[in-house]
Design a binder for this molecule. Structure first.
Ligand code: MN
Length: 239
């Protein structure tokens, strides 16, 4: 079953992520296929590309995030298929697989440019268009020979490449447009503050290096935002 690996990796009594029990989305025509990119601060910051196909979301983890500069070839490590309703998930995964903060960074529709998607995926060369808020135009996913996980069950590595078109350019889109498309202007700290900002004060998902520092900063920010929110509420007169 396509979602077995997804379910095996997670304990749904401990994570707010969708459990994959929602009925598979009926097949769409090719111009209504959903896509999203989730910015995921876990043991390392990365961006998860999701493309709806056959009722589930084909998924790739992109460590550096998508680039709209055609000169960049961004490593995209294929991961387990995700349930369709995962595509708009935003929130805090307190512990276990993927523990960290998920932001819905882009969403929209995608259109295959390869005539036969399954054949293109098998061949390892798929061309497609994205119509999101941040990512648009023509792209390619090209499989490499690498299997980063190593084991027999591991999925292959791909490269995500922007084709030259009117939506390409020498702009760092991840830096230029870093915030959520689900919660207006929300950064990781806002998403954590809306949940339980104290969840990792003792044991964050990353403790050392740049990611450890990033977590420390975001947790402190979120705790302060929550405290400030409480003060505002206490001060505001009852209506
Ligand atoms: Mn991820």
């Amino acid at each position: 079953m396509p979602l077995d690996e997804y379910r095996k990796k997670r304990d749904f009594t401990k994570t707010p992520e969708p459990d994959g029990s929602a009925p598979a989305r009926p097949r769409r025509t090719k111009d209504e296929l959903f896509f999203s990119v989730q910015k995921h601060l876990a043991s390392h910051l990365h961006y998860d590309l999701r493309l709806e196909w056959n009722g589930v979301l084909l998924s790739w983890a992109i460590p550096k995030g998508p680039s709209i500069d055609p000169r960049d070839k961004r490593l995209a490590m294929q991961t387990e298929d995700h349930p369709f309703d995962y595509g708009t998930f935003e929130g805090v995964i307190p512990e276990g697989y993927g523990a960290g903060i998920v932001m819905l960074w882009d969403r929209g529709t995608w259109t295959p440019e390869s005539p036969d998607v399954d054949a293109a995926l098998r061949k390892g060369d798929m061309k497609f268009r994205l119509n999101g808020y941040k990512l648009k135009g023509s792209w390619a996913l090209v499989r490499t020979r690498g299997y980063p996980g190593g084991g027999s069950g591991s999925k292959p590595s791909w490269l995500l490449i922007k084709h030259k078109d009117e939506w390409a350019g020498p702009l760092d889109i991840a830096e230029f447009a870093p915030l959520s498309v689900k919660t207006p202007n929300a950064d990781f700290a806002d998403i954590l503050a809306a949940d339980n900002p104290a969840v990792w004060t003792s044991n964050p998902p990353a403790k050392t290096g740049d990611t450890g520092k990033l977590f420390q900063r975001i947790i402190a920010q979120a705790v302060a935002m929550k405290a400030e929110g409480k003060r505002q509420k206490a001060k505001s007169p009852r209506s």
